[in-house]
Design a protein around this ligand. Structure first.
Ligand code: ADP
Length: 351
């Protein structure tokens, strides 16, 4: 049984290795520069797999704005990392036959940053702001009139020398992306004409994404192999594509093949400590800790015991464990289900 000999709060509890998790949906540096991944981005709504309801709403909005020769309404996309928000922003610009300028809220520090961005836009262009919930107040206030009336209201000088100046902007479409809808202020949220949630993907949809990408990188996957990989990708295309790239590394370097079977996937993922359920060392360490405690356990105690941040455990580790029926959040603390206990008891990892 994979049990770590420690009690809650025991400082001797082994620390979690702080390495990049393959099953974390946040983007990693390698992926920002990957040409293959950029090529894999679908360019039209038709090529974009899944999210049918979202696609049909966007189709109508895009066609209506082309018909009226007006810019598309501002769009807010929300959902977990890696589900395709950036991809959709590029794709919408492509469908509108225009350009997409891309930035992220933490990069817009001073008012002159957002003023520069807005003044640099051309008529009809798309401005994509990722992590829009992190905009500072001044930037957000400047955006209000820019979004509503395509106008910048600037106040210059101080006290008695204060002057107001209005600058007209080209008509543009703002696409904001966030993983935290609740952190966006109501006035900003209200200025988006379209607000859409991006859902997790089904196994079939992920399988399709995997098959398309494997063709692009010259891998030969059979049906069983692609479905197997889809099942452990946590409903997230970014994770699916990342796992596939790691499987390719293993296949080409260790086995010297481009033909991928289920067996090869198992071996490859094992070498990265990912098991048949798609759980990695951190998931197992988390489950072991609660199993060891044998009682409902508070999140803060788990975080202290594992030497990690409680919000990371809450938002990154727990959702998938709950989704696959291994974990329950109860008023008395986190508890393993029978399924979760059975799973962790069958593991022999040496943490
Ligand atoms: P987000 O902005 O939500 O974090 P991205 O748009 O960067 O996610 O998508 C992550 C990766 O997954 C990209 O490499 C993208 O090409 C791929 N991807 C996302 N959604 C889809 C989809 N529906 N079809 C194909 N590939 C997708």
């Amino acid at each position: 049984m994979a049990i770590i000999s420690s009690n809650i709060g025991d400082n001797n509890y082994p620390r979690i290795k702080k390495e990049i998790r393959l099953v974390d949906s946040k983007i990693i540096p390698e992926e920002k520069k990957s040409n293959n991944l950029n090529l894999a981005r679908p360019e039209t709504l038709q090529e974009f797999i899944g999210q049918d309801q979202l696609k049909s709403s966007l189709r109508i909005a895009i066609d209506a704005s082309i018909y009226r020769k007006e810019p598309l309404e501002h769009i807010l996309l929300y959902g977990q990392p890696g589900l395709g928000k950036t991809t959709l922003a590029f794709l919408i610009a492509h469908e509108m036959n225009t350009r997409c300028r891309i930035t992220t809220a933490p990069a817009i520090e001073r008012p002159r940053d957002i003023i520069g961005l807005l003044l640099g836009l051309h008529e009809g262009e798309v401005l994509f702001i990722d992590e829009i919930h992190r905009l500072n107040r001044l930037t957000e206030e400047l955006l209000y009139s820019a979004m509503e009336d395509f106008r910048l209201d600037l106040t210059m000088g101080a006290n008695r020398g204060t002057r107001c100046r209005t600058i007209n902007l080209p008509k543009f479409t703002l696409i904001g992306a966030t993983t935290k809808l609740a952190s966006i202020s109501a006035p900003l949220r209200d200025r988006f004409g379209i607000s859409q949630k991006i859902e997790f993907y089904t196994y079939d949809e992920l399988q399709q994404i995997i098959v398309n990408f494997s063709r692009l990188i010259n891998l030969n996957l059979d049906d069983e192999a692609s479905y197997n990989l889809a099942k452990i990708s946590r409903g997230t295309p970014r994770i699916a594509l990342r796992l596939l790239r790691r499987v390719r590394d293993y296949a080409q370097v260790v086995i010297k093949t481009n033909v991928i079977s289920v067996n090869l996937i198992k071996k490859a993922l094992n070498s990265y400590q990912i098991d048949e359920k798609g759980l990695d060392f951190l998931d197992r360490q988390y489950l072991s800790f609660i199993r060891n405690n044998n009682n409902p356990t508070g999140l803060d105690s788990i975080a202290a015991g594992l030497g990690d941040d409680s919000s990371m455990l809450e938002f990154v580790v727990e959702p998938y464990l709950i989704q696959i029926g291994f974990l329950m959040r109860t008023p008395r603390g986190r508890m393993l289900t029978d399924l979760g206990k059975k799973y962790i008891d069958s593991k022999h990892d040496n943490f």
